[in-house]
Design a protein around this ligand. Structure first.
Ligand code: SPV
Ligand code: MG
Length: 432
């Protein structure tokens, strides 16, 4: 008997999946693959059920003869071991980013005479509703909040991109690319930067934009996305205020707040020692962290301590001393920041921190040392990489040039070729 294989990456079964099983049955014995968690998150499908629960769900379906775990989005593992005669899939994978996966599967399977069968994708109200409900579930505070901790466990390095509005949030949410290994890739979470949130309002990054405004930005982003949010909490403010803000952030579904060990008038770290910046004492900052942890009600919210010793040129010993003290005070992670182009001090800090602490997540923001790739950071024990300001910095020069060009030409024709066509912008939100 021939084997018909199909891979599912869903928590909820709808008409489309049943249709695939029924088609697959016509070709032989039906084996359903359950795409592993670590691969699902790379394909914009964050699981709300465990691998075991999904496998159980697929096993319960009429017409399914066997269920196996697929741990490679490119199907290499399954095709090499199972050697199915047919791979059956909805024809949606002939379009968009999934195309590269289909092409790879055809190459693998045709090597021994197998065949890919594309079934017309089922578009109906039920399917639409299931997808919508799944997204709504993922956006609920308790799902979104816990997702960051799960990502830290599931992926070698969590990739976080800056977002400062609903639109930039949507870009972080939906951008999927084919990477150099022929695999799909996307961002895991969003960073609400104080620099970008302030800049977007035309204000300096000095804790002038108050928490209510920051919460509005977060809310705008959360309304249209499902990915976890990490808030740049500046210094955290007064401890007496910080404890209230921890509760508010938890309730909204924010996954983590990062607060920096500075006091007084905060300036952006990338100024370094060019401006007066005061580092908080270990004692005070440890108390703030401990108070935040005590105020926290959920298990999964994270308070991450950001250490400014390298920014303020106080040295690695000071940074390490602080890292161990803040972890002892209850910090759920350590962010180490540097504005040097050379990543040596970041690597040394991470290596030495990891000698004594293998668990506490390390966060870095490679704005200056931007030549370093994610896998190199991960090899030094980094768990979270934040691209902190690139969306804002990309938008500003494009907008400025457009404004200048229209002023010079006294009309908009000259800029038109560099703009998004009008017919596309009116459909943008549905299509991103
Ligand atoms: C931010 O994005 O606001 C940050 C990171 O705090 S940095 O600008 O590098 O200080
Ligand atoms: Mg900031």
């Amino acid at each position: 008997m021939k084997t018909s294989y199909t891979c599912f990456c869903t928590d909820v079964i709808h008409d489309g999946h049943i249709n695939i099983i029924n088609h697959a049955k016509q070709y032989g014995r039906v084996v359903v693959g359950c795409l592993s968690d670590k691969e699902m998150i790379r394909c914009s499908r964050f699981p709300t059920k465990s691998e075991e629960e999904r496998m159980e769900l697929y096993r319960s379906l009429d017409g399914v003869d066997d269920v196996i775990l697929q741990d490679d989005m490119r199907y290499d593992d399954v095709i090499n071991t199972l050697k199915p005669d047919y791979v059956v899939h909805g024809d949606n994978w002939t379009r968009d980013a999934d195309r590269v996966i289909r092409e790879h599967v055809i190459e693998l399977i045709s090597a021994y005479g197998g065949q890919v069968i594309d079934i017309p994708y089922t578009y109906n109200e039920d399917v639409k509703k299931v997808d919508q409900r799944l997204n709504e579930k993922l956006a609920m505070p308790e799902y979104r909040r816990s997702r960051l901790r799960r990502l830290i466990e599931m992926t070698p390095i969590v990739k976080v991109m800056e977002a400062h509005s609903g639109l930039t949030g949507l870009i972080v949410e939906k951008t999927v690319v084919e990477n150099e290994k022929g695999r799909l890739d996307q961002f895991d979470a969003m960073w609400i930067s104080s620099l970008c949130d302030s800049t977007d309002r035309g204000k300096p990054d000095i804790e002038l934009v108050d928490m209510t405004s920051r919460l509005n930005t977060i809310n705008d982003i959360m309304e249209v996305t499902t990915k976890p949010v990490i808030l740049d909490g500046d210094t955290g403010g007064l401890t007496e205020h910080f404890v209230y803000n921890v509760r508010t952030l938890e309730r909204m579904g924010v996954s983590a707040v990062i607060i920096e060990d500075k006091t007084g008038l905060k300036k952006n770290s990338l100024f370094g020692t060019e401006v007066i910046q005061t580092q908080d004492s270990i004692e005070n900052f440890s108390e703030k962290i401990a108070a935040g942890k005590k105020a926290q009600l959920s298990d999964d919210f994270m308070i991450i301590a950001r250490i400014e010793s390298l920014i303020l040129e106080r040295g690695i010993e000071d940074a390490l001393k602080r890292a161990f003290a803040f972890t002892a005070a209850g910090a759920d992670g350590i962010m180490i920041h540097s504005r040097k182009k050379d990543p040596a001090e970041i690597f040394e800090f991470c290596d030495r921190f990891r000698e004594n602490d293998k668990e506490t997540p390390i966060v870095v923001v490679p704005t200056s040392f931007n030549q370093v790739k994610e896998d190199e950071l991960a090899s030094h024990g980094v768990n979270i990489v934040i691209y902190a300001n690139q969306m804002m910095r990309a938008a500003f020069p494009a907008m400025k040039q457009t404004a200048e060009s229209i002023l010079r030409a006294h009309r908009a024709q000259e800029v038109d070729s560099s703009l998004m066509p009008f017919k596309d912008i009116i459909r943008l939100i549905d299509e991103i």
